[in-house]
Design a protein around this ligand. Structure first.
Ligand code: PMP
Length: 329
C-alpha cells in the first residue's frame, strides 16, 4: 500500500506481543509501536488532530504560525505537520529535556524557545510562555495540547479503534502513563465504548499527582522522575471524565529495568515512559490473571535519549543503574 502523503503515515502503527513482559505477567502483553509514526512518537496523532481541528474551525490561515509548549514530542509532531501544510512553528520547551529532541526540532525548522524548568503556578512555565507568545504573534494559534480535547479525540477515533481491530475485540486491560492525559483518556473512552468490561489503568511515575487522585481523590505528588513527557499534577481538560478503574505507581528503576530488558532481549530501543508503561502492563496483567490480554503503548523511540538513558555517565550522575554493555563504551 502506498500512503498518499506524509500525514497519511500518522497512526495505524503496528502492535507487537512482548515476550519478556508476557512471561513476567503470566498473561499476554501487547504494545502499540508509536515510535513508528513519522515523528517517532505518539504525539504525531494529537498534533495532526489539533491542527486539522483549528483548520476546520477557521482559526488558522495559510502561512500562519502554530505555537506550543511541550516536552518536545508534541513540538516535533506539530513541526512536521506544519511543514507538510505550509505553517510555521514556535516551540517552547523546558531546558531540562533531551538534547536530541531540541536538535530534532531545529532540524525540522521550528523556532525553539528554551525556558528554565518551573512550577505550573510560575508564569514562566513553558505552557504559559507558549500561550503568551501565541497571543503576541500575528496570525498564530496556540495548540494548547493539555486542555484542547482535539488531542484525546485523536486517540478515541484513532488509537482505540486500531487497538480494538488489531486485538480482534479480545482485550481485557489497557494501561499507560499520562502527560496531557490525551492518550490515557482517549484510548480509555474509546475502548469502554466498545466493551465497558475492559479495565483501564493509569501507570503513574513518581512526582506526578494522578495516582493519589484516582486512588484517594486527592491531587498529591511525592518523589520525582527523570521520565520525559509524563507526570501530571492536575486534571487537564483531556483527563476530565477519563474512565480509570485502577492505578499503579511506577518507580524510574522499575521502568528502566524494562527499557534495559526490552533492548537486550527483544531489540527494542525505547524511552522511559515506554518502560513505565510496560511495568504498569505487567502489574495489570498479574492483577487480571492468566489468559488475559493487556495492551500498552511504546510512546517514542530510545534514539531520542542516547545522551541520557543510554549514556553511562548520565545514568551514574542520576544515581540510576547503568546498563552493563554501556560501561565499556
Ligand atoms: N511519553 C512521551 C515520551 C511523551 O512525550 C508523551 C507526551 N507528553 C507521553 C508519553 C504522554 O502522552 P499524553 O500527552 O497523551 O498523555
Amino acid at each position: 500500500m502506498v500512503a498518499k502523503d506524509t500525514l497519511a503515515l500518522i497512526g495505524n502503527t503496528p502492535l507487537v506481543r512482548l515476550a519478556g513482559p508476557s512471561e513476567a505477567a503470566g498473561c499476554d502483553i501487547f504494545a502499540k509501536c508509536e515510535f513508528a509514526n513519522p515523528g517517532a512518537s505518539v504525539k504525531d496523532r494529537a498534533a495532526l488532530f489539533i491542527v486539522e481541528d483549528a483548520e476546520a474551525k477557521g482559526l488558522i490561515q495559510p502561512g500562519g504560525t502554530i505555537v506550543e509548549g511541550t516536552a518536545g514530542n508534541t513540538g516535533i509532531g506539530l513541526a512536521l505537520v506544519a511543514n507538510a501544510k505550509g505553517y510555521k512553528t514556535i516551540i517552547v520547551m523546558p531546558e531540562t529535556q533531551s538534547r536530541e529532541k531540541m536538535d530534532t526540532l531545529r532540524a525540522l525548522g521550528a523556532e525553539l524557545v528554551l525556558v528554565p524548568a518551573a512550577a505550573y503556578s510560575n508564569p514562566g512555565h513553558f505552557v504559559h510562555t507558549s500561550r503568551r507568545i501565541a497571543e503576541e504573534t500575528p496570525n498564530a494559534i496556540w495548540a494548547n495540547q493539555f486542555d484542547n480535547i482535539a488531542n484525546r479525540k485523536a486517540h478515541i477515533q484513532g488509537t482505540a479503534e486500531e487497538i480494538w481491530a488489531q486485538m480482534d475485540g479480545r482485550i481485557d486491560g489497557f494501561t499507560c502513563a499520562a502527560g496531557t492525559g490525551g492518550t490515557l483518556a482517549g484510548v480509555g473512552l474509546g475502548l469502554k465504548e466498545k466493551d465497558e468490561r475492559v479495565t483501564i489503568a493509569l501507570s503513574d511515575p513518581h512526582g506526578a499527582a494522578l495516582y493519589e487522585y484516582y486512588a484517594n481523590g486527592e491531587l498529591k505528588a511525592e518523589g520525582s522522575s527523570v521520565a520525559e513527557g509524563i507526570g501530571q499534577g492536575r486534571i487537564t481538560a483531556n483527563l476530565e471524565g477519563a474512565p480509570i478503574d485502577a492505578q499503579y505507581r511506577i518507580a524510574d528503576e522499575e521502568g528502566l529495568e524494562w527499557v534495559r530488558r526490552l533492548m537486550a532481549e527483544e531489540g527494542l530501543c525505547l524511552g522511559l515512559s515506554s518502560g513505565i508503561n510496560v511495568a504498569g502492563a505487567v502489574r495489570l496483567g498479574r492483577d487480571l490473571g492468566p489468559g488475559k490480554r493487556v495492551v500498552t503503548l511504546l510512546c517514542d523511540t530510545g534514539f531520542r535519549y542516547l545522551s541520557t538513558l543510554y549514556n553511562a555517565a548520565w545514568l551514574r550522575a542520576k544515581g540510576l543503574p547503568v546498563f552493563p554493555w554501556l560501561d565499556d563504551a
